[in-house]
Design a protein around this ligand. Structure first.
Ligand code: CO8
Length: 256
C-alpha cells in the first residue's frame, strides 16, 4: 500500500515507521488512523517483524490530533474520532512485539498519547512533551488520561494535563515518562540498538513479559502474582528449555 502519512522501512527484523505530515507537524488525522491500522495489518502479515520503532518526520514527533479536522466535528463525530484513536493505540499497546517511541521533537496531545501507548520512550534532547488540550477546550481522548497517571502517577498526570505545560526531555525523564534521553544524531541508532538487544531474547518470553506487566498492572496484586506464575510456567514448554540448555552449553539459543 502507498501511504500518504507514513514512511516505512525495515532494518533486518525491525520495522521503522515515520509519521510524516510535516506541514502540520505530523498531526494525526483520519487518514493517518486508516493508514496506521493498515500498516499494523502489514506487520502482522509479514511474520518476520520482531520489533517496531515509531518516530516523526522533521522537527516534531507528533503535535497532536489534527485541530483543523476536529474543529467542525459534532459530539458524535468527536466520540467516534476518540474511539478510533483509543482502539488504534490499544492495538499498538497489545502487539506481541516490543514497540519503541523514538521521540524527535514535539510530542503533544494525541502525539504524547501515542508515545504513551508504546512500550517505552527514547527521546532526543529536542523532545518536548505536553497535554495542551484544555487550552483548546478539550481533554486528551486517546487513552492518555489513564496511561499517563498509571505510568507517572496521579500528581504528574494532573499537573501536566491541568496546566497544559510543555516539559523538555530532561523533565520527562525525571517524571518517568521517557526512559532515556540521547543526542539528536543518536536517536534512531540508539532506538535500533535497544530493539536489537531485545529481539535476541526468547520470543515467547517477550510476549509473556508484555502480558504479565501490562495485564498485571490492571489486576489486584494476588491475581497479578498468579498471572506471573502461570505465564512463567508456560515458558517451560516453549522458550525456557532451549534458553537454559544454551546457557549451560555456552552457546547462543536457537529459538526455533
Ligand atoms: N493540528 C493541526 N495543525 C497543526 C497542529 C495540530 N495539532 N500543530 C501544528 N499544526 C500546524 C500549524 O497550524 C502550522 O500550520 P501553518 O503552517 O499552515 O500555519 C504548522 O503546523 C506549523 O506549526 P506552527 O507554525 O505553530 O509551529 P511552531 O514551531 O510555531 O509551534 C507548536 C509548534 C508549539 C507545536 C504549535 O504548532 C502548537 O502549539 N501546536 C498545537 C499543539 C496542540 O495543541 N496539540 C493538541 C491537539 S488536541 C489533541 O491532540 C487531542 C487528542 C485527543 C483527541 C480525541 C478525539 C476527539
Amino acid at each position: 500500500m502507498d501511504y500518504t502519512t507514513l514512511k516505512t522501512k525495515k532494518d533486518g527484523e525491525i520495522a521503522i515507521v515515520t509519521i510524516s505530515r510535516p506541514d502540520s507537524l505530523n498531526a494525526l488525522n483520519s487518514t493517518f488512523f486508516k493508514e496506521f491500522n493498515a500498516y499494523l495489518d502489514s506487520i502482522d502479515k509479514d511474520g518476520n517483524v520482531k520489533a517496531l520503532v515509531i518516530t516523526g518526520d522533521g522537527k516534531a514527533f507528533i503535535a497532536g490530533a489534527d485541530i483543523a479536522e476536529m474543529q467542525n466535528m459534532s459530539k458524535d463525530e468527536g466520540f467516534q474520532f476518540s474511539k478510533t484513536g483509543q482502539n488504534t493505540f490499544l492495538r499498538l499497546e497489545n502487539l506481541n512485539i516490543p514497540v519503541i517511541a523514538a521521540i524527535n521533537g514535539y510530542a503533544l496531545g494525541g502525539g504524547c498519547e501515542l508515545a504513551l501507548a508504546c512500550d517505552f520512550r527514547i527521546s532526543n534532547n529536542y523532545g518536548k512533551f505536553g497535554l495542551p488540550e484544555p487550552g483548546l477546550g478539550l481533554i486528551p481522548g486517546y487513552g492518555g488520561t489513564q496511561r499517563l497517571s498509571r505510568l507517572s502517577g496521579l500528581g504528574n498526570a494532573l499537573f501536566l494535563s491541568l496546566t497544559g505545560q510543555m516539559i523538555d526531555s530532561a523533565e520527562a525523564l525525571r517524571m518517568g515518562i521517557v526512559q532515556k534521553v540521547v543526542d539528536a544524531s543518536e536517536l534512531l541508532n540508539e532506538s535500533l540498538d535497544i530493539a536489537k538487544k531485545i529481539i535476541v531474547h526468547g520470543p515467547n518470553a517477550i510476549i509473556a513479559l508484555k502480558k504479565v506487566i501490562r495485564e498485571g498492572n490492571k489486576l489486584d496484586l494476588n491475581k497479578a502474582y498468579d498471572l506471573e506464575s502461570k505465564e512463567f510456567s508456560k515458558l517451560f514448554e516453549s522458550d525456557g528449555p532451549e534458553g537454559m540448555k544454551a546457557f549451560l552449553e555456552k552457546r547462543k539459543p536457537n529459538w526455533n
